[in-house]
Write a protein that binds this ligand. Structure first.
Ligand SMILES: Cc1cc2nc3c(=O)[nH]c(=O)nc-3n(C[C@H](O)[C@H](O)[C@H](O)COP(=O)(O)OP(=O)(O)OC[C@H]3O[C@@H](n4cnc5c(N)ncnc54)[C@H](O)[C@@H]3O)c2cc1C
Length: 556
């Protein structure tokens, strides 16, 4: 069996039968590392130095450092190695407001990196600054403090160390800007070549001597000491609701941008308003990147368009050109930060289905619909129909679409709350009140106009904006979609009067409780969040864990 376990992956073993898996588990115990499925084995350890909840992007970035140490670490993971309907159902939420794609998340080893697409971008310098035209903007950190950790994060995702603008523009010979630089900036996003972290990190857990993994282990309760300033122990349950408890020196929540806030809000036994919520800020300032399909592009100079606007590869890595507003222009017109991507060959992305689902969620009555967005909807349906006909008549013609992703202005009214309804394990579901402000719409429409004129002036192509954008529709909320980038619900701040976490990602007032993930971002910019949240995990290791290990000589 020992020999067999060297060749057969645990996924395969877990799928075979319980007895086989248990005997493999015992062998792992003898080798000093454990991977225990709590649905099969009911005797997990009862203490550790460091407990980390969640094995998504944040948890695995931290694991990549912890496996090099002598620290006794336990990871709790709600799922196992593949999607299971009853575990996934624990993510169900009540959505109050426009589209929020909460079903996008994955609840098993690897977290949402099992379903993400691996586009890497860093938040920009200006996202870290307070901008007087954007309420509650800025970070309590400078971007320079994150720079070394962003480099580590790029290595973690097997990407290169080139910067996103000048280095890549030079690499691809695109230094000459076809646009007016006072209006548009250009840079590239990078794509992680192997985005699904499970395949890369499961073998590392198997061979690690100090990092243990408990599967089907759902964190349900956090117990503080009598002075309410330290976590003493936690309670977690398996799929059947069987309870286990664990004591640890430090607890790190890496449960994702919604669940981090939910578990703290749900722990009301000792602090009625929830842990870390003494100033009623927990769950507030919830943001996501607002997404908008702007329109379709008819190329003028195809070769030039391809050169400047379509994706590139180098050394087996993929890069996508991005366009943003010049920062000075953004300041002058008091706009939010945003970016555009030109997608060749993109299928129909007008998404009438998503617009209809927004109408349902926003609870329009028939008379409100008729007097309100009905005209916009008819125009959208007609446009969609025209595109379908065009596709039938010219099946080989490539369609080029332009999409925009924007920052959401942080607002206390946009928030995660607890719903009355509970999940199967008795934890109240999250209630998602996502409230982008009209500034997102205003910024995206203005940006679309600038993009349209610049594409035309540079003879790259003619951008046909969709009717609701061209006419700056009053019913903007039905056209606004999230990007599965939940941000801000446990915001980092200088003081507990302004946020939930300090700059070490520690919950204010609780010395050994930390939260990692995009829930800590006070402002989300427009950049996909995972590279930056991973950088924060590496910074946490370097600034909180490593100094203690060096003092105890537990670093190799
Ligand atoms: C379809 C899609 C596409 C995306 N594309 C991109 C992209 O291109 N670029 C980008 O930067 N980002 C992208 N994202 C976002 C990205 O996936 C997240 O930013 C990232 O995964 C967040 O990492 P995390 O560790 O904070 O949370 P997650 O990856 O969500 O991990 C959370 C972990 O916690 C576990 N967990 C939750 N609750 C409990 C509990 N009670 N007990 C125990 N364990 C628990 C979960 O099972 C999971 O393993 C995308 C997301 C989706 C859904």
């Amino acid at each position: 069996m020992l020999l067999l376990s060297l060749f057969v992956s645990p996924q395969k073993q877990i799928r075979t039968n319980a007895r086989e898996y248990n005997s493999w588990t015992r062998q792992k115990v003898c080798g000093s590392n454990l991977i225990i499925d709590l649905n099969e084995e009911l005797t997990p350890p009862s203490g550790c130095d460091l407990c980390i909840v969640g094995t998504g992007a944040a948890g695995l970035a931290l694991a990549s450092e912890l496996i090099k140490t002598g620290l006794d670490v336990i990871f709790l993971e709600s799922g196992a190695f593949r999607k299971e309907a009853e575990v996934q159902a624990l993510y169900e939420s009540v959505v109050d407001g426009p589209c929020f794609n909460f079903q996008g998340r994955s609840r098993f080893f690897g977290g949402s990196t099992n379903c993400w697409i691996g586009q890497l971008l860093a938040l920009e310098d200006q996202d870290f600054l307070h901008q007087d035209w954007i309420q509650h903007s800025g970070w309590p950190l400078q971007k320079t403090e994150l720079l070394p950790y962003l480099k580590t994060a790029l290595r973690f995702y097997n990407s290169d160390q080139l910067n996103f603008d000048s280095d890549l523009l030079k690499l691809f010979g695109l230094e000459e800007n076809p646009f007016d630089p006072a209006l548009l900036r250009r840079y590239f996003s990078k794509w992680a070549p192997r985005p699904h972290l499970q395949a890369e990190y499961l073998p590392k857990f198997e061979t690690s001597k100090n990092v243990n993994l408990l599967l089907h282990a759902n964190l349900t309760r956090i117990d503080l000491n009598s002075t309410l300033d330290q976590v003493q122990k936690i309670e977690f349950v398996n799929n059947e609701g069987k309870k286990f408890s664990l004591e640890m020196k430090k607890l790190v929540l890496c449960m994702g941008g919604i669940e981090n806030a939910r578990i703290l809000l749900a722990n009301t036994r000792q602090i009625p308003q929830g842990i870390g919520n003494q100033h009623d800020l927990l769950g507030r300032f919830f943001q996501d990147h607002t997404q908008l399909m702007a329109g379709f592009l008819k190329p003028e100079d195809e070769k030039k368009l391809q050169e400047h606007c379509f994706e590139r590869t180098h050394n087996g890595l993929l890069y996508t050109p991005k366009f943003s507003l010049n920062f000075e222009k953004q300041r002058q017109e008091k706009l939010l930060n945003l970016s555009a991507t030109i997608w060749p060959g993109n299928p129909d992305t007008i998404l009438p289905r998503r617009v209809l689902s927004n109408i349902r969620r926003l609870r329009f009555t028939t008379s409100q619909l008729i007097s309100g967005p009905a005209f916009d909807l008819v125009q959208l349906a007609l446009k969609n129909q025209a595109l379908q006909i065009e596709k039938c008549l010219h099946p080989s013609q490539q369609r080029i679409s332009v999409s925009i992703m924007a920052q959401q202005e942080p607002s206390p009214e946009s928030r995660i709350l607890l719903a009355k309804k509970r999940d199967r394990l008795g934890i109240p579901q999250s209630k998602i009140q996502w409230r982008p402000t009209v500034n997102s719409w205003r910024s995206m429409v203005r940006f679309a106009e600038i993009l349209q004129s610049q594409l035309e002036k540079s003879a790259l192509g003619k951008l046909e904006l969709l009717p609701h954008i061209r006419q700056n529709s009053k019913h903007w909320q039905i056209f606004m979609f999230d990007s599965c980038h939940p941000i801000g619900s446990t915001r980092m701040a200088k003081s507990p009067q302004e946020g939930v976490l300090d700059t070490d990602c520690r919950v204010f007032g609780i010395s050994n409780l930390f939260v990692l993930g995009s829930s800590s971002f006070p402002t989300g910019g427009h950049s996909n969040p995972t590279l930056t949240l991973s950088a924060l995990a590496f910074r946490f290791f370097d600034q909180i864990i490593k100094p203690e290990l060096e003092a105890q000589e537990k670093m190799p």
